[in-house]
Design a protein around this ligand. Structure first.
Ligand code: MRU
Length: 361
């Protein structure tokens, strides 16, 4: 079951042809262009440059990177080289390390002669699980939207940040899955889509929601707090890049400010968190989660259509202006109402217990 009738998939793997086809997300939503990945180096480049992005999709791409590596050279040395290089591409989203660890653990106990086939099958499995988990996150999150609608009797206003949508995953998205299911059920809803400077991933969310016919409005990042104060937001749902044991949430820069504003206005703040994003080795996310510092050109440049309809980049700052560009921030668990996982919704304080009990993960 797909979100739209003729979906453009973020990634499609073809074992027979030994290739992975992605949508180049650096071009979205201006140009929809596919790109073929034939080697693990192609996968590493795609992750590093954000041709593929979003925590779950990064993990899936890395898994296929290992499959492509094993196709050419199935030795322990090749496995270790590809794994280390892929792991070094982006630091914050734990799904990357999670997928690579899962692949390595399986392959080191597999006969080298079988490694290529086993690696493709495991990467396919990781991709299929991602789709299934996101749909289940959607079903759990749908209950929250239904509840709010039952109480208010009017369209539910949901605010989201960045793109935790179909393009960030194999299908559904995490934060968007409850939205798609509510829309499919006919629940009246409206989504506030935050622009999400500097890379404007909100443009991708807007493009996805428009494609699925979901009612939405695009806003600048700074508008969220104002809308919350004026009772125009019922619910915040964001994605995650890494969740600590106690439920601190690393997500796209700006998420923390929305959580603060939500708390000040008594608005529930949920993070849609597949278990592949939960890092049980980290307790306090603020000092312990590595925050990616990205290239300054993301801040100094902006992309858009010019007056003649051509896609163009413009510079907003002089070359020598000092710029800081942290890619993510950490929302402390005290500001998180709940984590919507594929196994159910947990208060941050219950997350570790549920994981330990094997309820999730
Ligand atoms: O830098 P990006 O675009 O990879 O960051 C994406 C996000 O922060 C998403 O919100 C997060 O990965 C969740 S995606 C389901």
């Amino acid at each position: 079951m797909k979100v739209t009738e003729k979906p453009i998939m973020s990634l499609a793997a073809d074992h027979a042809a030994c290739r992975v086809v992605i949508v180049d997300q650096t071009q979205l939503p201006f140009i929809v262009e596919q790109r073929v990945l034939l080697t693990w180096q192609d996968c590493a480049e795609a992750i590093r440059t954000m041709r593929v992005r979003g925590a779950p999709l990064i993990g899936v791409t890395a898994a296929y990177g290992i499959a492509l590596a094993m196709q050419r050279d199935a030795t322990d040395g090749a496995l270790s080289t590809a794994s280390k290089a892929l792991a070094a591409t982006r630091p914050t989203a734990v799904n990357l390390a999670w997928a690579l660890d899962r692949m390595s653990r399986l392959l080191t106990t597999t006969d080298p002669a079988d490694r290529a086939d086993v690696a493709w099958a495991e990467a396919d499995q990781i991709a299929a699980e991602d789709e299934d988990n996101n749909r289940r996150i959607g079903e759990h999150g749908l209950a929250i939207i239904r509840d709010i609608y039952a109480k208010t009797g009017r369209a539910v206003n949901i605010l989201t940040h960045c793109n935790a949508g179909r393009m960030a995953c194999t299908e559904w998205g995490t934060a968007t899955a409850p939205i798609y299911l509510a829309h499919r059920e006919g629940l009246p809803l409206h989504v506030w889509v935050e622009e999400t400077r500097p890379r404007n991933q909100g443009l991708i969310t807007q493009w996805e929601l428009a494609d699925a016919g979901v009612n939405h409005t695009y806003i600048v990042d700074n508008a969220g707090g104002h809308l919350m104060q004026h009772e125009r937001v019922d619910l915040v749902i964001v994605g995650v890049d890494r969740v600590s044991r106690r439920g601190d949430v690393a997500n796209k820069i700006g998420t923390y400010l929305k959580a603060l504003a939500a708390r000040d206005n008594g608005i529930p703040f949920y993070a849609a968190a597949p278990s592949s994003s939960i890092d049980m080795d980290i307790e306090d996310g603020v000092p312990e989660i590595e925050i990616e510092e990205r290239d300054t050109s993301e801040v100094s440049m902006l992309r858009g259509w010019d007056r003649n309809g051509y896609v163009t980049d413009v510079r907003m700052l002089r070359d020598r202006t000092p710029i800081s560009n942290p890619g993510f921030d950490v929302t402390p668990s005290r500001l998180v109402t709940g984590l919507i996982t594929e196994c159910g919704i947990f208060a941050p304080a219950d997350l570790a217990r549920s994981v330990a009990k094997g309820t999730c993960k």
